[in-house]
Write a protein that binds this ligand. Structure first.
Ligand SMILES: Cc1ncc(COP(=O)(O)O)c(C=O)c1O
Length: 386
């Protein structure tokens, strides 16, 4: 066994950190948030976030994980007695129901089986025949199944309902897929720091459209920390209502500068290329992809070979190579494994991952032609890069 095993994250969050961002975070000692210097960083970060989101809408930052912003979207938009419509096809879609229940809100479900995208036509029918709904909720990318949803089609439909907001969980969709906030009518778009922006967990983002602000003004559900209107007023001045996660904001500033330098469209194209290569590589090993259609750019979900628990693959990769991937969640546990390619991943990461996967599968008794998946990934690379 080699003496050195490097830990490498191939998980769909947390993701590998951008060194420049991490370095600035580590050297950001003794920062106080009620100072001109920090207000400047906060204001610049918010305007860089607008670049990242590609929107002139307000974008807010909260010190929380992404789920905090999911909860805030419900509690800032709805009032007692109103209903919400949820499109779900995975564990993160199901989270909306837990939030709705906590607030005593009826959530109407449009559900597709795991591995498929949400049926947008069915959502449109529910909107037309069973409304009104105050808000509609969906994931741009359902990370538990690694499937993308057609939020554009949903956005076009929700635009016809002036009293209904569309809330999109873009926690892994942002920076990995084309999301046109204003053109498609994505009224609230949620992001998280531990994903394609390449910094540690701890920040959530929301963009809020003018239509959503109008509906937020009417909402009567209780909220205190996640008060979007209060944060809007504060963040317009580079302030936050409460103590911000200063070091993470400084890291975010650096990461967004990097993204602006390479171009947000290239960040997305990078994830798309890696995803295509990952799918080709997995299939070259005779493995089945879990996504039946619309596979995500953020991560790839792969079915374990027949008779093999995906947990064994996760463990083998981790102990032998220090490569950390994600098991399936809920009923998918043991059936699939998920490898990520959102944010700070490049082609050599993917080549190395599949070389390690081949050895791991071989050691677990799966028949593997060594080099076959790496070659498939190389072919995809060469086809695109010339
Ligand atoms: C699509 C999606 N939604 C929500 C979440 C929850 O985010 P957090 O764990 O930051 O609360 C995640 C986390 O992986 C996610 O991928």
């Amino acid at each position: 066994m080699p003496g050195i095993i490097k830990e490498r994250l191939f998980t769909p969050g947390p993701t590998p950190l951008l060194m420049e961002a991490q370095a600035r975070t580590l050297t950001a000692a003794n920062v106080h948030h009620r100072t001109e210097a920090f207000r400047k960083i906060m204001s610049e970060t918010l305007s860089l976030l607008k670049y990242y989101y590609d929107t002139p809408n307000d974008v807010l930052i909260f010190a929380s994980s992404g789920t905090g912003a999911m909860e805030g979207s419900v509690s800032n938009l709805l009032s007692p007695g109103e209903r919400m419509l949820v499109g779900t096809a995975g564990k993160f879609g199901e989270r909306w129901f837990g939030i709705a229940e906590a607030y005593g809100i009826e959530a109407v479900k449009v559900e597709s089986p795991y591995g498929r995208p949400v049926n947008i036509e069915a959502m449109k029918q529910k909107l037309a025949s069973e409304g009104p709904y105050r808000a509609v909720f969906i994931q741009a990318t359902e990370t538990s199944t690694a499937v993308m949803n057609d939020v554009r089609a949903l956005g076009e439909a929700v635009k016809n309902y002036p009293e209904t907001a569309l809330v999109v969980d873009g926690i892994t969709g942002l920076g990995t897929s084309d999301l046109r906030v204003n053109e498609w009518g994505l009224d609230i778009l949620i992001g998280g720091s531990q994903k394609a922006v390449m910094i540690p967990p701890g920040l959530a983002f929301v963009s809020v459209s003018e239509k959503a602000w109008g509906l937020i003004a009417k909402s009567r559900l209780p909220h205190f920390y996640f008060d979007f209107s209060k944060e809007r007023k504060n963040q317009a001045k580079g302030e936050t209502a409460y103590t911000p996660a200063t070091t993470l904001v400084i890291g975010l500033h650096a990461a967004l500068e990097y993204i602006r330098k390479i171009g947000r469209e290239n960040l997305i194209a990078n994830a798309a290329l890696l995803a295509e290569a990952a799918r080709a590589a997995a299939q070259a090993l005779g493995l089945k992809l879990f996504a039946e259609s619309s596979p995500a750019n953020a991560a790839t979900a792969v079915c374990a070979p027949a008779g093999m628990d995906s947990g064994a693959i996760v463990k083998e990769l981790r102990t032998r190579f220090g490569a950390v991937i994600a098991n399936g969640q809920g009923s998918m546990k043991g059936q699939i494994f998920r490898l990520a390619h959102l944010g700070y991943y490049d082609m050599p990461d993917l080549f190395a991952f599949f070389a390690a996967l081949e050895v791991s599968l071989l050691k677990l008794g799966h028949k593997v032609e060594l080099g076959s998946s790496v070659r498939a990934a190389q072919d995809v690379y060469l086809r695109h890069a010339g």
